[in-house]
Design a protein around this ligand. Sequence first.
Ligand SMILES: Cc1ncc(COP(=O)(O)O)c(C=O)c1O
Length: 352
Amino acid sequence: MSTAIATQATKATRLTEAIREQSPFGEVFSDHMLTAEYGDGRWGAPQLFPFGPRPLSPAASALHYGQSIFEGFKAHRTVDAGVALFRPADNLARLNRSAARLAMPPVPPMLLLDGITALVRLDREWTPVREGGALYIRPLYFAIDEALVVRPSRRYRFVVMTSPVGAYFSEPVRLVAEERFVRAFPGGTGDVKPSGNYAGALLAAQQAQTIGFHNVLWLDGVEHRFVEESGLMNIVFVVAGVAVTPALSGTILPGITRDSVLTLLRDMGVRVEERAIAIEEIVNAHDAGTLTEAFGVGTAATVAPVATIRYRDRDLTLSAGAPEAVGWRVRCLLEAIRTGREPYRHGWLVRV
Ligand SMILES: Cc1ncc(COP(=O)(O)O)c(C=O)c1O
């Protein structure tokens, strides 16, 4: 049962069927947003406002020193005409792990879950109906102290916006193994979601795109040898029928989709190994014919088959997305759970 949240509703919705079903990923926002501010050692009451700009000083410390974190998860239409959030508590727990790492105060769970539930309930008609569509939920939490002093801010703003989305990738993914730039390193912030992680990864992705790839296959920051993530997703390889994925070593984001997919693979009777994977092992498995699939896993793309991995002078080509493929089967099962077609499993759905 959620607590009532002060609401200033818009008088004129911007929603049309075309906007809901055809907008490019993450470029259109629903009518409302949730906001709350922290100052003087405590949180103010959350409020729902029409989506739009709010004043921000150019001195806001998030802009200078990067105390800014975010999350991303989805609400789906369910077969019984409802709307449900997928594993929100896991994302919100990760948000507070990110907050702790950046010396930011935790966001109270009530504010997170009740506020987001109220927001999605208010804008539930923005949830796409099309197959694979979802209402993407973006919590953002950043420092607003107006002082050019490097220290944890005393004031913060928490905002949640939502956006109707469809598929993230329209084709199998091409990745190039990255040996110069690193996404994360031991003791850094690779296992949480500060905005700065994404800024630091842009150049590598941009350079991969100029040579015809979607993104990079990140390698570890010490030896540049062990596979970590694929662009903005975790990665799973299928080697001799075993699903192998990098272990959560502290430099990898613990993806909620990764956890869901590994759970479902185990349910499906597929053996799962979470361990260190050297890039040479992938090359050797490819050459031996035992590497049958690779797929990225993340909220935006769910399960994205990988078509090509470039490593130095080699292009490893993989068959991507066949209906009998492990990745395809787990993707279908995940989608069926998210939409309530498959009876609720593991308590992952929270109805709004
Ligand atoms: C770097 C990175 N890895 C992995 C993921 C996948 O995480 P999740 O499944 O929770 O979306 C994301 C997306 O949040 C990400 O940004």
